[in-house]
Design a protein around this ligand. Sequence first.
Ligand SMILES: Nc1nc2c(ncn2[C@@H]2O[C@H](COP(=O)(O)OP(=O)(O)OP(=O)(O)O)[C@@H](O)[C@H]2O)c(=O)[nH]1
Ligand SMILES: [Mg+2]
Ligand SMILES: [Zn+2]
Length: 293
Amino acid sequence: MQLSNLLDGTVIKGLGGVFEVMHDKDTFVCVAPKKLRYGDGEILVGDKVRFEVQKGKGVIERIYPRRNRMTRPEVANIDIAFILLTVAPAPDLLLADKILVNCFANKITPVIVVSKSDIADENFSQRIRNNYSSVCDVVTVSSLNGDVSQLLGYIDGNTVCFAGQSAVGKTSLLNTLVPDLNKKVGGLSLKTGRGRHTTRSSTIYSVGDGFVVDTTGFSMLEVTDTVSSDLMLYYDDMMQLSPQCRYKMCTHTAEPDCAVKKAVEEGRFCLERYQRYLTLYNELAEKEKSRYK
Ligand SMILES: Nc1nc2c(ncn2[C@@H]2O[C@H](COP(=O)(O)OP(=O)(O)OP(=O)(O)O)[C@@H](O)[C@H]2O)c(=O)[nH]1
Ligand SMILES: [Mg+2]
Ligand SMILES: [Zn+2]
């Protein structure tokens, strides 16, 4: 006689209060009581849960503590985030900076993935490397050419999520990594040059010895993990220089004798990344001002 029909698993998809939960290689369709679905306890893709199986259907009864949680995309227990950038749609590097802050604040290792390399020239890849190679790994791939093998090493033994604007090629990468999957991909709108939000929810797929979460594209992201005066803590490239700043907690904005500003002037620190840092710093400072008024 089976003593317990309680199982542990990973939420691989959630839509309208119905969740798919993977246990070993089996997938169970589960529901969850309201108290688990709202507020802090809401169930996310990537959550580790305990569920009870009744007549082949599951009821989620608890969510295990999360190692981390991302808000955009909204996923839990992620090891690595692939941040996709490409020439078309035009890259939003401020958005990429915000995703990086999100990753570092949540102890997720970011990797910048320059996708669609078949249509990007070397200048584009170089610009992205200038911005980010002192922050994280930068790899170049093309789904069209089937040239994605560099990603496999990151996926092995890990849960990796995609992050980026609509139509940067997230689902196409997944289709190339898992032949036979044939998930729907979408083109660019001719009018706006933006994506069409083809993928509508996050889903985890098994890829080699790891897992990949395909996610919905997004273009807006609010940084909520930090305040302006701490923002530099999430800029690894600045942290490497800050011991040479005059002030210990230099924000690299208005302070004199700032090593970051000096590096920008001397061309040793990417100017456009620094300018975007100031934009984000000011955005956060404005928000703080209106909050404390
Ligand atoms: N030239 C070229 N086009 C690509 C490549 N990868 C994807 N595309 C095209 O880019 C468009 C968008 O691809 P998707 O994979 O749907 O993009 P996505 O990031 O999943 O988009 P959302 O689901 O909307 O967030 C499609 O028209 C793809 O055919 C590539 O490596 N090279
Ligand atoms: Mg997609
Ligand atoms: Zn400084």
